[in-house]
Design a protein around this ligand. Structure first.
Ligand code: ATP
Ligand code: MG
Length: 398
């Protein structure tokens, strides 16, 4: 019998009391999904999800009776969030699909664990575990697939994709994250055959999945496979082989420079390098204003790293340097970087004899330009500004 290994998250303050209140002794509650999968792989767990045979109101009442806050996150879908001293836990009543249309599902509550597991997407995502004994319940061969690092649909891939088209992108995301070697052939063929179904999904959901995919350690081999299989053609045809080459280049340099993975930077590499086109696509994908701004700014040219960071922020500075070909060593100086303040103010210039007015602003700008070029010398240097230097700044301001 496979059991759930001990892991840090299982000692979360309040968790034992919660599962007891929710009837762990009677087998009414189990850990499910990503928490079980990631614990079996020895990976850290972000979200703790529980499934329960209890009806949502009952679960909510018991959570409150145990002294915790119960937030009705998605009570219609059966989800209550328990707020414990050590973190939050999502508790969802067992469900089965009543009808699906590729975009949303109508569900009914059930008390059948297997039915709840069967509506999940992949075998490795359908594992559940008893919180007391740690016993793993594996109805579809998820443990073996986890050992083989194989992402496999539960049931017929074509049918599962017809129920929910987002599973096409989830297949590639989980393969990029956990897969080893070639993906499951039947799953891959079904995704390729049904790629056009992605057109029925909202652009936000596509962008969200793509962003999550780009956040895994090395998404490049999977993105290459997706291009090869025509997965992007219906929704982002601009992502092609040249995109993959840029992404590989970027990731190699992220690794070399020891810079954390960043999905938005990677998206910027994937999209065409003309800022107008890249921004238009990001807009089509309903990405936020901040993302649009960053993608546009990151298409600029290389300059000294700290100067870029000062003008455009450290994220964009890293984006530009990593997309380029120049040395990456200076990026380390951005760790814990704080934007320096020009150590001279308009008042200082007036004290030096300038007449208050537009000329002060223009002179300040000229001084700032030089200060950036000189890599931000501190106040002691700027205090020593001579009248000759000031005159020079003044001349270049005019
Ligand atoms: P992550 O660490 O990325 O959050 P996760 O496994 O928790 O991984 P979620 O997207 O948070 O993934 O979903 C939680 C669980 O819900 C999944 O493990 C899976 O069992 C189920 N699930 C989520 N989305 C779908 C879907 N589109 N179709 C079927 N089951 C799904
Ligand atoms: Mg999750």
């Amino acid at each position: 019998m496979t059991t759930l290994p001990q892991a840090e998250w299982r000692a979360m303050a309040g968790l034992d009391a919660l599962v007891e209140a929710l009837g762990a002794g009677e087998g009414a509650i189990r850990f499910v999904g990503g928490a079980v999968r990631d614990t079996l792989l020895g990976l850290p767990v972000k979200d703790v999800d529980c499934a329960t045979r209890l009806m949502p109101e009952d679960a909510s009442d018991r959570i409150k009776a145990a002294g915790f806050k119960a937030v009705p996150t998605g009570i219609a879908h059966g989800t209550v969030t328990a707020v414990l001293p050590g973190g939050v836990v999502e508790v969802t009543t067992l469900r089965r699909d009543v009808s699906t249309d590729g975009r949303r599902a109508t569900v009914a509550f059930t008390d059948d664990w297997r039915e709840d597991a069967a509506r999940r997407d992949f075998t490795i995502n359908a594992l559940s575990a008893d919180p007391l004994s740690g016993e793993i319940f594996d109805y579809f061969g998820g443990v073996a697939d986890l050992d083989a690092r194989l992402v496999r649909f539960i049931g017929d891939p074509l049918q599962r994709i017809a129920e929910d088209h987002l599973r096409i992108l989830r297949f590639f995301r989980f393969h990029a994250r956990f897969g080893n070697g070639a993906p499951d052939a039947a799953g891959l063929a079904a995704c390729a055959a049904r790629a056009n179904d992605l057109m029925a999904l909202s652009r936000e959901r596509i962008a969200d999945e793509l962003t999550k995919l780009l956040g895994v350690a090395d998404p490049a081999p999977t993105i290459a496979l997706m291009v090869d299989q025509g997965i992007f053609r219906p929704v982002v045809p601009e992502i092609d082989e040249t995109s993959v080459a840029r992404l590989r280049h970027l990731i190699a340099r992220e690794v070399e420079a020891g810079v954390d993975a960043d999905p938005i930077r990677r998206l910027g590499a994937l999209l065409p390098q003309s800022p107008e086109t890249a921004v238009a696509i990001a807009q089509r994908l309903k990405m936020s204003k901040a993302v649009l701004k960053r993608i546009e700014a990151a298409s600029g040219e290389g300059a000294p790293v700290r100067a870029l960071a000062y003008r455009l922020g450290p994220d964009v500075a890293r984006d530009i340097v990593l997309k380029g070909d120049g040395p990456t060593e200076a990026l380390a100086s951005l760790d814990g970087w704080e934007r320096p303040q020009l150590p001279i103010k308009g008042g200082d210039l007036v004290a030096h004899g300038l007449t208050a007015g537009p000329v002060v602003a223009a002179t300040l700008q000229a001084i700032e330009r030089r200060w950036i070029e000189e890599d931000f010398p501190d106040a002691s240097r700027v205090d020593q500004i001579t009248s000759e230097e000031l005159a020079k700044a003044l001349r270049s301001a005019r």
